[in-house]
Write a protein that binds this ligand. Structure first.
Ligand SMILES: Cc1cc2nc3c(=O)[nH]c(=O)nc-3n(C[C@H](O)[C@H](O)[C@H](O)COP(=O)(O)OP(=O)(O)OC[C@H]3O[C@@H](n4cnc5c(N)ncnc54)[C@H](O)[C@@H]3O)c2cc1C
Length: 294
Protein backbone atom coordinates (compact mmCIF):
# COMPACT_ATOMS: atom_id res chain seq x y z
CA UNK A 1 0.00 0.00 0.00
CA UNK A 2 1.26 3.49 -0.78
CA UNK A 3 -0.08 6.75 0.52
CA UNK A 4 -0.29 10.08 -1.27
CA UNK A 5 0.79 8.32 -4.48
CA UNK A 6 0.94 10.48 -7.62
CA UNK A 7 -1.37 8.95 -10.21
CA UNK A 8 0.58 10.57 -13.03
CA UNK A 9 2.97 7.64 -12.60
CA UNK A 10 0.14 5.13 -13.08
CA UNK A 11 -1.68 6.57 -16.10
CA UNK A 12 -0.66 6.51 -19.76
CA UNK A 13 -1.44 10.27 -19.85
CA UNK A 14 1.26 10.89 -17.22
CA UNK A 15 -1.29 13.24 -15.65
CA UNK A 16 -3.10 13.17 -12.32
CA UNK A 17 -2.78 14.30 -8.72
CA UNK A 18 -2.20 11.92 -5.81
CA UNK A 19 -4.43 9.15 -4.51
CA UNK A 20 -4.80 9.06 -0.72
CA UNK A 21 -4.03 5.35 -0.92
CA UNK A 22 -2.95 3.08 -3.76
CA UNK A 23 -3.36 -0.58 -2.79
CA UNK A 24 -1.94 -3.60 -4.63
CA UNK A 25 -3.54 -6.71 -3.07
CA UNK A 26 -1.44 -9.82 -3.70
CA UNK A 27 -4.30 -12.28 -4.16
CA UNK A 28 -8.04 -12.82 -3.66
CA UNK A 29 -7.70 -13.25 0.12
CA UNK A 30 -5.78 -10.01 0.36
CA UNK A 31 -8.35 -8.24 -1.82
CA UNK A 32 -11.23 -9.43 0.39
CA UNK A 33 -9.42 -8.07 3.49
CA UNK A 34 -8.88 -4.78 1.68
CA UNK A 35 -12.57 -4.53 0.68
CA UNK A 36 -13.58 -5.25 4.29
CA UNK A 37 -11.28 -2.48 5.56
CA UNK A 38 -12.63 -0.07 2.94
CA UNK A 39 -16.19 -0.87 4.02
CA UNK A 40 -15.50 -0.58 7.75
CA UNK A 41 -13.79 2.75 7.31
CA UNK A 42 -16.41 3.96 4.82
CA UNK A 43 -13.78 4.91 2.22
CA UNK A 44 -14.39 5.59 -1.46
CA UNK A 45 -12.57 3.36 -3.92
CA UNK A 46 -11.87 3.08 -7.60
CA UNK A 47 -10.38 0.18 -9.57
CA UNK A 48 -7.24 1.11 -11.45
CA UNK A 49 -6.32 -1.10 -14.39
CA UNK A 50 -3.40 -0.06 -16.56
CA UNK A 51 -4.62 3.56 -16.40
CA UNK A 52 -4.65 3.73 -20.22
CA UNK A 53 -8.19 5.05 -20.54
CA UNK A 54 -8.13 7.35 -17.59
CA UNK A 55 -7.85 11.08 -16.97
CA UNK A 56 -7.26 11.81 -13.29
CA UNK A 57 -7.91 15.41 -12.29
CA UNK A 58 -5.05 17.48 -10.87
CA UNK A 59 -6.27 17.32 -7.25
CA UNK A 60 -6.03 13.52 -7.28
CA UNK A 61 -8.38 10.96 -5.75
CA UNK A 62 -9.71 11.03 -2.19
CA UNK A 63 -9.97 7.41 -1.22
CA UNK A 64 -8.40 4.12 -2.22
CA UNK A 65 -7.27 3.23 -5.73
CA UNK A 66 -7.28 -0.56 -5.97
CA UNK A 67 -4.86 -2.07 -8.47
CA UNK A 68 -5.05 -5.78 -9.33
CA UNK A 69 -1.65 -5.64 -11.05
CA UNK A 70 -0.26 -8.43 -8.87
CA UNK A 71 -3.10 -10.78 -9.84
CA UNK A 72 -2.03 -11.59 -13.36
CA UNK A 73 -2.02 -15.36 -13.92
CA UNK A 74 -3.01 -16.72 -17.35
CA UNK A 75 -3.73 -20.40 -18.00
CA UNK A 76 -5.43 -22.76 -20.44
CA UNK A 77 -8.55 -23.89 -18.62
CA UNK A 78 -10.05 -26.48 -20.98
CA UNK A 79 -10.63 -27.52 -24.58
CA UNK A 80 -13.86 -28.66 -26.19
CA UNK A 81 -15.24 -29.63 -29.58
CA UNK A 82 -18.40 -28.08 -30.92
CA UNK A 83 -19.95 -26.97 -34.21
CA UNK A 84 -17.18 -25.17 -36.09
CA UNK A 85 -14.26 -27.12 -34.63
CA UNK A 86 -12.22 -27.31 -31.49
CA UNK A 87 -12.12 -24.46 -28.98
CA UNK A 88 -9.77 -23.54 -26.17
CA UNK A 89 -10.81 -21.59 -23.08
CA UNK A 90 -8.12 -19.39 -21.53
CA UNK A 91 -8.61 -17.95 -18.07
CA UNK A 92 -6.82 -14.69 -17.29
CA UNK A 93 -6.75 -12.78 -14.02
CA UNK A 94 -7.86 -9.15 -14.30
CA UNK A 95 -4.42 -7.68 -13.62
CA UNK A 96 -2.78 -9.46 -16.57
CA UNK A 97 -1.96 -7.15 -19.43
CA UNK A 98 -3.84 -7.58 -22.69
CA UNK A 99 -0.46 -7.69 -24.44
CA UNK A 100 0.55 -10.65 -22.26
CA UNK A 101 -2.75 -12.42 -22.97
CA UNK A 102 -2.20 -11.92 -26.70
CA UNK A 103 1.37 -13.25 -26.61
CA UNK A 104 0.21 -16.23 -24.50
CA UNK A 105 -2.42 -17.05 -27.17
CA UNK A 106 0.16 -16.74 -29.95
CA UNK A 107 2.53 -19.11 -28.10
CA UNK A 108 -0.33 -21.61 -27.80
CA UNK A 109 -1.19 -21.20 -31.50
CA UNK A 110 -4.61 -19.74 -30.75
CA UNK A 111 -6.50 -17.24 -32.87
CA UNK A 112 -9.31 -14.80 -32.00
CA UNK A 113 -7.49 -12.11 -30.06
CA UNK A 114 -5.53 -10.49 -32.89
CA UNK A 115 -7.81 -7.40 -32.87
CA UNK A 116 -6.26 -6.57 -29.47
CA UNK A 117 -2.79 -6.07 -30.94
CA UNK A 118 -1.61 -2.66 -29.80
CA UNK A 119 -4.35 -2.07 -27.21
CA UNK A 120 -2.61 -1.36 -23.90
CA UNK A 121 -4.03 -1.92 -20.41
CA UNK A 122 -5.19 -4.88 -18.39
CA UNK A 123 -7.65 -7.67 -19.04
CA UNK A 124 -9.96 -6.23 -16.33
CA UNK A 125 -9.91 -2.81 -17.97
CA UNK A 126 -10.52 -4.38 -21.39
CA UNK A 127 -13.63 -6.15 -20.08
CA UNK A 128 -14.92 -3.02 -18.36
CA UNK A 129 -14.42 -0.96 -21.53
CA UNK A 130 -15.24 -3.80 -23.98
CA UNK A 131 -11.99 -2.78 -25.65
CA UNK A 132 -11.61 -3.41 -29.34
CA UNK A 133 -11.44 -2.07 -32.85
CA UNK A 134 -13.54 -2.39 -35.99
CA UNK A 135 -12.12 -5.94 -36.24
CA UNK A 136 -13.53 -7.15 -32.95
CA UNK A 137 -14.05 -6.50 -29.27
CA UNK A 138 -13.17 -8.46 -26.17
CA UNK A 139 -16.89 -9.11 -25.55
CA UNK A 140 -16.98 -11.15 -28.80
CA UNK A 141 -14.69 -13.82 -27.33
CA UNK A 142 -15.65 -13.73 -23.64
CA UNK A 143 -17.20 -16.92 -22.27
CA UNK A 144 -17.63 -15.68 -18.71
CA UNK A 145 -16.37 -13.15 -16.19
CA UNK A 146 -15.84 -13.63 -12.46
CA UNK A 147 -16.71 -10.58 -10.40
CA UNK A 148 -16.21 -9.76 -6.74
CA UNK A 149 -18.76 -7.60 -4.91
CA UNK A 150 -17.88 -4.84 -2.41
CA UNK A 151 -18.73 -7.43 0.28
CA UNK A 152 -16.19 -9.89 -1.11
CA UNK A 153 -18.75 -12.25 -2.70
CA UNK A 154 -17.70 -13.94 -5.95
CA UNK A 155 -20.11 -14.48 -8.85
CA UNK A 156 -19.67 -15.62 -12.43
CA UNK A 157 -21.52 -13.99 -15.31
CA UNK A 158 -21.92 -15.24 -18.86
CA UNK A 159 -20.98 -13.01 -21.79
CA UNK A 160 -24.71 -12.42 -22.34
CA UNK A 161 -25.17 -11.25 -18.76
CA UNK A 162 -22.23 -8.85 -19.19
CA UNK A 163 -24.31 -7.02 -21.87
CA UNK A 164 -21.27 -5.86 -23.82
CA UNK A 165 -21.91 -2.75 -25.91
CA UNK A 166 -19.81 -0.15 -27.67
CA UNK A 167 -17.05 0.46 -25.08
CA UNK A 168 -19.35 -0.62 -22.26
CA UNK A 169 -20.13 -3.67 -20.16
CA UNK A 170 -22.65 -4.19 -17.42
CA UNK A 171 -20.75 -4.38 -14.14
CA UNK A 172 -22.76 -3.72 -10.96
CA UNK A 173 -21.73 -0.68 -8.93
CA UNK A 174 -18.59 -1.25 -6.86
CA UNK A 175 -17.87 -4.71 -8.30
CA UNK A 176 -14.42 -5.66 -9.56
CA UNK A 177 -13.56 -7.93 -12.45
CA UNK A 178 -11.41 -10.74 -11.04
CA UNK A 179 -11.05 -13.22 -13.90
CA UNK A 180 -12.05 -13.50 -17.52
CA UNK A 181 -12.48 -16.62 -19.65
CA UNK A 182 -12.03 -16.16 -23.40
CA UNK A 183 -12.69 -18.72 -26.12
CA UNK A 184 -10.10 -19.07 -28.90
CA UNK A 185 -9.40 -21.54 -31.72
CA UNK A 186 -6.32 -23.32 -33.00
CA UNK A 187 -4.54 -21.83 -35.98
CA UNK A 188 -1.08 -21.70 -37.50
CA UNK A 189 1.26 -19.66 -35.25
CA UNK A 190 3.04 -18.01 -38.16
CA UNK A 191 -0.25 -16.91 -39.73
CA UNK A 192 -1.38 -15.40 -36.41
CA UNK A 193 1.95 -13.59 -36.02
CA UNK A 194 1.72 -12.25 -39.58
CA UNK A 195 -1.80 -10.87 -38.96
CA UNK A 196 -0.62 -9.17 -35.75
CA UNK A 197 2.36 -7.62 -37.55
CA UNK A 198 0.07 -6.05 -40.16
CA UNK A 199 -2.23 -4.64 -37.48
CA UNK A 200 0.65 -3.20 -35.47
CA UNK A 201 2.11 -1.57 -38.58
CA UNK A 202 -1.22 0.05 -39.41
CA UNK A 203 -1.45 1.38 -35.84
CA UNK A 204 2.07 2.76 -36.03
CA UNK A 205 1.13 4.80 -39.08
CA UNK A 206 -2.10 6.15 -37.59
CA UNK A 207 -1.31 6.71 -33.93
CA UNK A 208 0.72 9.41 -32.22
CA UNK A 209 3.54 7.28 -30.82
CA UNK A 210 5.90 8.82 -28.33
CA UNK A 211 3.63 11.35 -26.62
CA UNK A 212 1.58 10.30 -23.57
CA UNK A 213 -2.13 9.83 -24.36
CA UNK A 214 -5.13 7.68 -23.47
CA UNK A 215 -6.16 6.56 -26.96
CA UNK A 216 -9.47 7.81 -28.34
CA UNK A 217 -10.87 10.61 -26.20
CA UNK A 218 -14.42 10.50 -27.62
CA UNK A 219 -16.66 7.62 -28.67
CA UNK A 220 -17.39 7.37 -32.36
CA UNK A 221 -20.96 8.56 -32.90
CA UNK A 222 -23.07 6.06 -34.87
CA UNK A 223 -21.70 5.57 -38.38
CA UNK A 224 -19.28 8.47 -37.97
CA UNK A 225 -15.72 8.78 -36.84
CA UNK A 226 -15.08 11.21 -33.99
CA UNK A 227 -11.62 11.79 -35.47
CA UNK A 228 -13.04 12.90 -38.84
CA UNK A 229 -15.58 15.19 -37.14
CA UNK A 230 -12.84 16.83 -35.07
CA UNK A 231 -10.61 17.17 -38.11
CA UNK A 232 -13.49 18.70 -40.14
CA UNK A 233 -13.99 21.24 -37.36
CA UNK A 234 -10.42 22.37 -38.02
CA UNK A 235 -9.16 21.32 -34.61
CA UNK A 236 -6.11 19.22 -35.48
CA UNK A 237 -3.11 20.61 -33.63
CA UNK A 238 -5.23 22.86 -31.35
CA UNK A 239 -3.41 23.40 -28.07
CA UNK A 240 -4.35 24.40 -24.54
CA UNK A 241 -1.43 24.50 -22.12
CA UNK A 242 0.43 21.24 -22.57
CA UNK A 243 -2.52 19.39 -24.13
CA UNK A 244 -2.85 19.17 -27.91
CA UNK A 245 -5.26 17.60 -30.39
CA UNK A 246 -2.88 15.21 -32.13
CA UNK A 247 -1.73 16.20 -35.61
CA UNK A 248 -1.75 12.51 -36.50
CA UNK A 249 -5.12 11.38 -35.14
CA UNK A 250 -7.64 14.07 -34.23
CA UNK A 251 -9.51 11.93 -31.70
CA UNK A 252 -6.39 11.67 -29.55
CA UNK A 253 -5.35 14.44 -27.19
CA UNK A 254 -1.67 14.18 -26.38
CA UNK A 255 0.32 15.43 -23.42
CA UNK A 256 3.12 17.38 -25.05
CA UNK A 257 5.12 17.48 -21.84
CA UNK A 258 3.63 19.24 -18.86
CA UNK A 259 -0.10 19.05 -19.53
CA UNK A 260 -2.44 19.28 -16.58
CA UNK A 261 -5.77 17.48 -16.44
CA UNK A 262 -7.36 20.95 -16.52
CA UNK A 263 -5.72 21.58 -19.96
CA UNK A 264 -7.09 18.31 -21.36
CA UNK A 265 -10.56 19.02 -19.94
CA UNK A 266 -10.62 22.54 -21.37
CA UNK A 267 -9.52 21.25 -24.76
CA UNK A 268 -12.19 18.54 -24.63
CA UNK A 269 -14.84 21.22 -24.02
CA UNK A 270 -13.60 23.27 -26.99
CA UNK A 271 -13.66 20.18 -29.20
CA UNK A 272 -17.20 19.29 -28.09
CA UNK A 273 -18.51 22.80 -28.66
CA UNK A 274 -16.86 23.24 -32.05
CA UNK A 275 -17.95 19.83 -33.37
CA UNK A 276 -21.52 20.53 -32.21
CA UNK A 277 -21.43 23.90 -33.97
CA UNK A 278 -19.92 22.59 -37.23
CA UNK A 279 -21.55 19.14 -37.53
CA UNK A 280 -24.43 19.20 -35.06
CA UNK A 281 -23.02 16.10 -33.40
CA UNK A 282 -22.72 15.83 -29.61
CA UNK A 283 -19.51 13.97 -28.76
CA UNK A 284 -19.36 11.80 -25.66
CA UNK A 285 -16.13 11.00 -23.86
CA UNK A 286 -14.75 7.49 -24.11
CA UNK A 287 -12.07 8.13 -21.50
CA UNK A 288 -13.02 7.90 -17.83
CA UNK A 289 -12.54 11.11 -15.87
CA UNK A 290 -12.09 10.86 -12.11
CA UNK A 291 -10.79 12.76 -9.11
CA UNK A 292 -10.91 16.28 -7.78
CA UNK A 293 -9.86 19.58 -9.29
CA UNK A 294 -6.67 21.06 -7.85
C1 LIG B 1 -2.05 4.24 -27.28
C2 LIG B 1 -3.42 3.75 -26.89
C3 LIG B 1 -4.18 3.04 -27.81
C4 LIG B 1 -5.45 2.57 -27.47
N1 LIG B 1 -6.17 1.89 -28.40
C5 LIG B 1 -7.39 1.40 -28.06
C6 LIG B 1 -8.16 0.65 -29.01
O1 LIG B 1 -7.75 0.41 -30.13
N2 LIG B 1 -9.37 0.20 -28.62
C7 LIG B 1 -9.86 0.42 -27.37
O2 LIG B 1 -10.97 -0.05 -27.07
N3 LIG B 1 -9.17 1.14 -26.46
C8 LIG B 1 -7.95 1.62 -26.77
N4 LIG B 1 -7.25 2.36 -25.85
C9 LIG B 1 -7.86 2.67 -24.54
C10 LIG B 1 -7.50 1.66 -23.42
O3 LIG B 1 -6.28 1.02 -23.70
C11 LIG B 1 -8.58 0.61 -23.24
O4 LIG B 1 -9.81 1.20 -22.90
C12 LIG B 1 -8.19 -0.40 -22.15
O5 LIG B 1 -9.01 -1.53 -22.25
C13 LIG B 1 -8.26 0.18 -20.74
O6 LIG B 1 -7.70 -0.78 -19.85
P1 LIG B 1 -6.95 -0.34 -18.53
O7 LIG B 1 -6.57 -1.58 -17.80
O8 LIG B 1 -5.86 0.60 -18.81
O9 LIG B 1 -8.13 0.37 -17.75
P2 LIG B 1 -8.09 1.75 -16.92
O10 LIG B 1 -7.82 2.87 -17.85
O11 LIG B 1 -7.21 1.62 -15.74
O12 LIG B 1 -9.60 1.82 -16.43
C14 LIG B 1 -10.66 1.99 -17.36
C15 LIG B 1 -11.97 1.64 -16.65
O13 LIG B 1 -11.98 0.24 -16.34
C16 LIG B 1 -12.21 0.04 -14.95
N5 LIG B 1 -11.48 -1.15 -14.53
C17 LIG B 1 -10.19 -1.47 -14.78
N6 LIG B 1 -9.90 -2.68 -14.27
C18 LIG B 1 -11.02 -3.12 -13.67
C19 LIG B 1 -11.35 -4.28 -12.93
N7 LIG B 1 -10.48 -5.26 -12.70
N8 LIG B 1 -12.61 -4.39 -12.44
C20 LIG B 1 -13.54 -3.43 -12.64
N9 LIG B 1 -13.27 -2.29 -13.32
C21 LIG B 1 -12.03 -2.15 -13.83
C22 LIG B 1 -11.69 1.31 -14.27
O14 LIG B 1 -12.28 1.48 -12.99
C23 LIG B 1 -12.11 2.35 -15.29
O15 LIG B 1 -13.48 2.69 -15.11
C24 LIG B 1 -5.97 2.84 -26.17
C25 LIG B 1 -5.20 3.55 -25.24
C26 LIG B 1 -3.93 4.01 -25.59
C27 LIG B 1 -3.12 4.76 -24.58
Amino acid sequence: MRTNEPLSVHTSYAIGGPADILAHPADQKDLILLLQAIKTQKLRYFVLGGGTNLLVRDGGFRGVMVSLQRMHAIKVEREYRSIGGSFVVICAEAGASLVKLLSFSVEQGLTGLEFAAGIPGTVGGAVCMNAGTSLGEIGDIVESVTLISPDGVLSTRSAEEMEFGYRTASIPEGHLVLEVRVVLRHDDKEKIKARIKVLLNTRKQRQPWGLPNAGSVFKNPQEESAGMLIESAGLKGRKIGGAQVSEKHANVIVNTGKAKAADVLELMEIVKEKVLEVSGVRLEPEIKIIGEDA
